[in-house]
Design a protein around this ligand. Structure first.
Ligand SMILES: Nc1ncnc2c1ncn2[C@@H]1O[C@H](COP(=O)(O)OP(=O)(O)OP(=O)(O)O)[C@@H](O)[C@H]1O
Ligand SMILES: NC(=O)c1ccc[n+]([C@@H]2O[C@H](COP(=O)(O)O)[C@@H](O)[C@H]2O)c1
Length: 177
């Protein structure tokens, strides 16, 4: 029989955060109303420099930590998590990299299923202003030149400027032919 887990006060959330946006920030604030601290997994950590995953794990780490600190939030842990090629092994992989946690917050059906099957409590998050606050729509706006800075925390806009992320994304749309 599985050992009962000790209460930790910690919640777990995972995302690709390509980039970290206002929707992520709002749900993290909500999660912190119900939990003492949050572990934020930076998923697909090995990917960068593609249209779906333009930013490195280090750049995403900086986006999240700077945004949260700008809001006066310090009770978080950031853990880069590379994908593994076996879904049944993924939760154990996450557990091997993170401090213990009591519950998982996600809207991703695969993440929900895998954690539920491992015995975790899984809660959903309310989707907020999904038309603008989604990584996919923000990446499209960056490429097309529409306003995207109002959809992300100020720190994220500054980091994307600092790393010349706009040029990176636009160049990724070009083929070599
Ligand atoms: N606007 C939002 N409101 C509430 N939760 C959100 C919002 N956007 C993303 N989330 C949730 O945050 C978690 C991590 O999301 P993720 O990093 O995939 O962002 P995304 O905006 O969905 O990105 P992409 O469009 O690139 O897939 C997921 O569980 C996702 O459902
Ligand atoms: N087998 C695996 O490596 C596996 C399984 C489920 C989720 N994940 C990762 O968890 C993250 C989920 O985040 P999203 O909700 O943003 O899609 C992604 O980075 C995804 O690749 C990985």
């Amino acid at each position: 029989m599985a050992k009962p887990r000790k209460e930790t006060g910690r919640a777990f959330m995972v995302g690709r955060f390509q980039p970290f946006h206002n929707g992520h920030l709002a749900v993290i604030k909500e999660i912190l109303k119900e939990n003492r601290s949050i572990i934020i997994g930076i998923g697909s950590a090995q990917y960068s420099h593609t249209l779906k995953d333009p930013f490195t794990a280090g750049e995403r780490h900086l986006m999240i930590s700077s945004s949260l600190e700008q809001e006066g939030i310090y009770n978080f842990y950031l853990v880069p998590i590379e994908d593994v090629n076996s879904n049944p092994l993924w939760v154990a992989h996450v557990e091997s990299l993170t401090p213990g946690f009591d519950r998982v917050y996600t809207n991703n059906p695969l993440v929900r299923r895998l954690f539920q099957e491992s015995g975790y409590e899984v809660r959903s998050m309310k989707l907020l202003n999904r038309k603008d606050w989604s990584g996919t729509s923000i990446r499209k706006k960056i490429i097309s030149g529409e306003d995207w800075k109002s959809d992300v925390p100020k720190a994220v806009a500054e980091i994307i400027e600092e790393i010349d992320g706009v040029t990176r994304l636009r160049e990724l749309t070009q083929s070599d032919e």
